[in-house]
Ligand binder design. Structure first.
Ligand SMILES: [Fe+2]
Ligand SMILES: [Fe+2]
Length: 184
């Protein structure tokens, strides 16, 4: 990844990750032999995306006042619910009837969560100046670097890649550490 973080706006970073998430959701729902790999990419991207939102974006929206707090509470509770479902889905055989039955509700929830962010979170982010938005974007790009969304393209000996191949909750912890350390 080239170092263009200074030029990035967090709104466009979030928007393009939403498009990628939607594409991966669609691919998982189609099924087929690659489903397990696509699901791995999806959970990795969701770990990066939701953790970066929670750590880099939501705190400053909360500080905007009651309207900011209300929007953040609503989005955070959607994310908590989705995380629980994702943790359950990752334990299932991806070719099972059970997974195929459970996945569409998850797909619909994640899509509607992203749509609510675009409608309600984006206008709040845009109250922050461009410098602040570029600063938030850096956290997303750092998180992406820590947990690449296409880890299977990485060399197998890559410690970072291996470390982040694990379950969803462990990935969230790694991303949290990465963003947290950057701030210290
Ligand atoms: Fe989110
Ligand atoms: Fe999002």
């Amino acid at each position: 990844m080239t170092d263009v973080a200074n030029d990035q706006d967090v709104v466009s970073v979030i928007h393009s990750q939403h498009e990628e998430i939607e594409r991966l959701l669609e691919q998982v729902s189609v099924g087929g032999p690659g489903r397990e790999d696509v699901f791995d990419s999806l959970r990795r991207l969701l770990a990066v995306h939701e953790t970066a939102e929670e750590m880099a974006v939501y705190p400053s929206l909360r500080s905007l006042g009651d309207d900011g707090k209300a929007v953040v509470e609503a989005r955070t509770s959607e994310e908590d619910k989705a995380k629980k479902v994702l943790a359950k889905l990752e334990g299932m055989d991806k070719s099972s009837a059970e997974f195929t039955r459970e996945f569409p509700a998850f797909q619909a929830d994640v899509k509607s969560h992203a749509a609510s962010e675009e409608a309600e979170v984006f206008p709040l982010i845009l109250r922050t100046d461009q410098k602040g938005r570029a600063e938030m974007a850096k956290a997303f790009l750092l998180a992406e670097k820590m947990a690449p969304t296409h880890a299977h393209r990485m060399a197998p000996e890559s410690a970072t890649g291996n470390m982040l191949m694990g379950p969803f909750v462990a990935m969230i912890d790694k991303v949290r550490d990465a963003i947290g350390n950057r701030r210290d």
